[in-house]
Write a protein that binds this ligand. Sequence first.
Ligand code: ADP
Ligand code: MG
Length: 597
Amino acid sequence: MPIRVLPPELVNQIAAGEVVERPASVVKELVENAIDAGARTLLIEIEGGGAELVRVSDDGAGIPEAELPLAVAAHATSKVATSDDLAAIHTFGFRGEALASIASVSRFRMQSCARGASSGAEIEVEGGALRGPRPAPARPGTAVEVRTLFFNVPARRKFLKSDAAETGRVTEVVEALALAHPAVSFELRSNGRRLLDLPATAEPAKRTLDVLGAELEPELLEFEERYPEIGGLVVRGFAGKPAIARPSTRAIRIHLNGRPIMDRTVLHAVREAYRGLVDPARTPTVALILEVDPREVDVNVHPAKSEVRFRSQQAVHSAVRKAIERALRAANLVPTFVPDALRGPAEPYTGPRAPLFGSGLQQPAFPRPAGDFSDFAALLGQRAHEPAGASDVGDATARTEPAILGEFPFIQLLSGFVVTEDADGIVIVDQHALHERAMFAAFLDRLGRGALESQRLLVPIVIERSAREIEILGEIAPLLARLGIEARPFGPRSVAVDAVPTLLHSRGADAGAFVGDLLEKAVEHGSLVSLEGALHEIVDMMACKAAVKAGDSLAPAEIRSLLAMRESIERSTACPHGRPTSIRIARAELERRFGRA
Ligand code: ADP
Ligand code: MG
């Protein structure tokens, strides 16, 4: 074929591939245009999941009759005139390609009446052919109708999912935009049925609750933090308690300057804030609203504008993480055992399980003193004298949860659970999970202050490992040194461990198994750099080995010091994997059940 310049309809259709993927993307573009036009009331109607019809009617500024044909021309926009404008975008649109793209793949009609005009006008576009403008009623605002999406691109139409699935996507898009624009009222109807009705409000928090569901209110922690030094960054919203984390990844909603985004950096920061509080397979419920000087961020990196680039990615990442961490820290996160009738049936824990009785590879050479917490108490004591928040690691383990006053009675039951009470009710503690969390915090804290102390063994522990694991020993030498481990190849299939971390040794933990697990991790990660990144995982492996097991019976003093850890340790309500360490039966719930209240 000879080289040819593509005809404009084809250019638009190709561009449509980027902008318009499904009915939800049409809804997004049309609603964004309406908001850009200053609309206060929006009606969104769909039929057949939006594949048959999408109609968005607004009460915004409208378009003068003479400009209607331009609105659907490619690269025609009223929002950007110079490249300076592009540097400080405050509208959704700016590429001027959405309407042209949508009109090229649908039966398109646009009716508008500009503010102050005495009559309206409408145009139609089908398969690239424009008809109009012709007169229309003088209804203020704009209505855009998109029928039989992809009627001329059958491959794309076939690709659409069921009506219900497409309707779900449309609902998500409308909810996302509504969250960011509480002052605009939104109504969504599907085949004539009302799916969403969100009245305008001056209070962003009210809109958030309207969208997330008012019944979740007790589970949501509100936060707001300002960072003038990061381009006037404001970080606010709601962080859901770990108990309402969901399997769906869509539970995290992020807005930047009124624009829903799905930015990887921000998403990562949110997940980091919940690290160890929520099972990694679940997603915390978070509504995060960011405002920043538009000059601090480039939104023009992705056609759907869902990824953005901040001038200082790192600063934004840490601001978001800290804001959410503070909200979580201030809250009482012990899940309630009997849920409120409002909150529906309890969702049983479905994540990974804790090992009940250790790894089964216990080294008989190390008798396990079930509950010698002496090192531990020393560690905690040491920390108490340090200024809080001195370093990142220190910050993560600072004592912040409200202390529970006085001594409460306790009892160890089912050889793994400690039952006690606090001001709010009866608390059941999983002794292994809580101790693991405590060990985790202590090890991490200790590592932040330098290499771990090492205990030389009288007789080396010899473990059988694969050739690759033996080979990697040399590569990870610096990490081993930090952890206080000395190990060397010992024949073609074995490793001799000469020294182990004192913290593990004194806990009677199976240090050989720990070194084995560590080598396995090292091979999995391939390089020391990424292994260092997995330090949390390694410390967790260590904590798990060092912690008391479910089957260990504990002396009263040991139990008391274990329970004390609930208050002295950050994130004590969940073990490092995000499993709960304790569950509470609220006093109020008991009183209700026994007919006392
Ligand atoms: P962009 O939003 O990037 O400018 P679009 O193709 O989405 O490009 O829209 C083209 C132009 O049409 C807009 O710049 C705006 O001037 C006008 N327009 C589109 N929708 C509306 C609306 N609902 N109300 C008023 N003007 C609109
Ligand atoms: Mg637009």
